[in-house]
Design a binder for this molecule. Structure first.
Ligand code: CO
Length: 215
């Protein structure tokens, strides 16, 4: 059955089959999961339905703590993202945070153009326009729009990794617990492959203006 044909009832029906299958394979599966959540990874990804964190990384429920939004942004005034980040760092004690972008990202493509998408979405996408402006010479040097869009997807991932490092909650975890490692990845819709763009180890170099010295 294709996605287009699926009804809302089909989702609930599938859920019953899935739950029954899991119990058949492992009778303690839900009992164990419901009593304990200890994921080592936080995933900050795009809301795009074609980039499901668990499927593409082969991870099971309980293994990845997930935050997704349009174009995988880390916005320092976004209380939703910051709550997820703080919980992941101070309670779950995650070892790795992955920012995962993807080529063909609709949010990134929208930010490259001049069309208004409504006042809320415009504000969100403005964060990506700022990334474009930061790297304008390299982006302008691209031979065509497609390669320019791919490069902006990559710059955007790198910028969001930096945005994580700029937060005091992350710097505190780096200073006192020497974790987590930050990773910037990009996913190819056309080949299903993840590529690593950037890694920041605890205490990695950051512009001094963003470093808090009284944490
Ligand atoms: Co996207």
């Amino acid at each position: 059955m294709s996605n287009v044909e699926k009804t809302i009832e089909a989702l609930l029906l599938h859920n019953r089959e899935w739950a029954a299958d899991r119990v058949k394979l492992d009778p303690e599966y839900f009992k164990r999961l419901s009593s304990l959540q200890t994921p080592k990874f936080l995933w900050v990804g795009c809301s795009d339905s074609r980039v499901p964190a668990n499927q593409i990384t082969g991870t099971d429920p309980g293994e990845i703590f997930v935050h997704r939004n349009v174009a995988n942004l880390v916005v320092h005034t976004d209380i939703n993202m910051l709550s997820v980040l703080e919980y992941a760092l101070t309670q779950l004690k995650v070892e790795h945070i992955i920012v995962c972008g993807h080529y063909g990202c609709g949010g990134v493509l929208a930010a490259m153009g001049r069309r208004s998408f409504g006042s809320v979405l415009n504000k969100w996408l403005r964060n990506i326009k700022d990334v474009y402006r930061l790297h304008e010479p390299e982006l302008r040097a691209c031979p065509d729009d497609e390669s320019r869009a791919r490069l902006l997807v990559e710059f955007n991932v790198r910028e969001q990794v930096l945005n994580l490092a700029k937060t005091s909650v992350l710097q505190r975890a780096w200073k006192y617990e020497h974790r987590p490692t930050l990773h910037g990845w990009v996913y190819g819709l056309e080949d299903g492959l993840l590529r690593s763009l950037v890694t920041m180890q605890p205490g990695a170099d950051l512009h001094p203006l963003y470093q808090y010295d009284n944490l």
